[in-house]
Design a protein around this ligand. Structure first.
Ligand code: B1M
Length: 210
């Protein structure tokens, strides 16, 4: 079996300890970091479908998530940006009530590699915590909010509205995550929406360069 297929299978099986070495072997075999990342994203889609079908449960989802994160750690240096001057500071987090962080971490990696200094607030981040982080950090010009659950979309709306009405300025808000659409983003007053990590980086640069 090609190494990239083995990576996919091991992420689906939640074998966190075995994934890093295999990701390295897949790289050594000539696969690009981008393709290996896509293979792992595909695995998570399979896992989500199995969860929806009642074939697996939360612990299995968690093990696959850990396995993917370990694999992403190996790829991270390969996505590191070349830019020497900073485009500004981007605060990123997953909105309150939501514990999903793989997508958010990929978005953080890509926006960081586009030239931003990243301040990652993690998961389950309240609107107030986003505001605090803008005050505590210098040159914040982008705030990025991720959300994976339909049940936390109202929290995303609350976060964007709090950011827009907090009396601070000089920053733009970008939102995204599986249940989020461009229409939803516009309806809650976000400045931008991105479908995936790569386009989030492109959008972040556009937001600050105009
Ligand atoms: Co959960 N979960 N989960 N889960 N989980 C989903 C999201 C779900 C679709 C599974 C399913 O039912 N098929 C479903 C949500 C249904 C819905 O709301 N419509 C779901 C559910 C129901 C739940 C629980 C409620 C389950 C339960 O307890 N009964 C629970 C909620 C916990 C909570 O958050 N409060 C739960 C828990 C978990 C785990 C903790 C076990 C684990 C997360 C671990 C972790 O993240 N560290 C987990 C996982 C792994 C998943 C799936 C299988 C995979 C998510 C993932 O990492 N995908 C997921 C199924 C699926 O996605 N098909 C599922 C890979 C990742 C690269 O993609 O995160 O979409 P994604 O990110 C993409 C884009 O969305 C986008 O770019 C990324 C990369 O290109 N993007 C942005 C993301 N953020 C962005 C921000 C941007 C721009 C783009 O700008 C700022």
């Amino acid at each position: 079996m090609p190494k990239i297929e083995e990576v996919k299978a091991l992420v689906e099986a939640g074998k966190a300890k075995l994934v890093p070495a295999l990701v390295q072997e897949a790289l050594d075999e000539g696969n690009s970091a981008k393709n290996i990342l896509q293979a792992m994203v595909d695995s998570m889609r399979v896992i989500g479908d199995k969860f929806s079908a009642g074939e697996i449960f939360v612990p299995e989802m968690l093990m696959s998530a850990k396995a993917m994160s370990k694999g992403v750690d190996v790829l991270k240096p390969l996505f590191a940006g070349q830019s020497t001057s900073s485009l500004g500071t981007c605060i990123i987090g997953t909105v309150e009530g939501d514990l999903h962080d793989i997508g958010k971490n990929l978005v953080s990696m890509m926006i960081g590699s586009a030239g931003f200094d990243m301040v990652d607030l993690g998961v389950d981040v309240s609107a107030a915590k986003f505001v605090e982080a803008i005050k505590e950090n210098k040159n914040v010009n982008v705030v990025a909010c991720s959300g994976l659950l339909t049940t936390t979309m109202p929290k995303m709306m609350e976060t964007v509205q709090t950011l827009k009405n907090c009396g601070l300025s000089g920053f733009k808000v970008i939102v995204g995550g599986a249940p989020v659409s461009a229409e939803f983003a516009a309806s809650i007053g976000a400045d931008a929406f991105a479908l995936d990590a790569g386009s989030a980086a492109v959008k972040a640069v556009e937001l600050v360069k105009g």
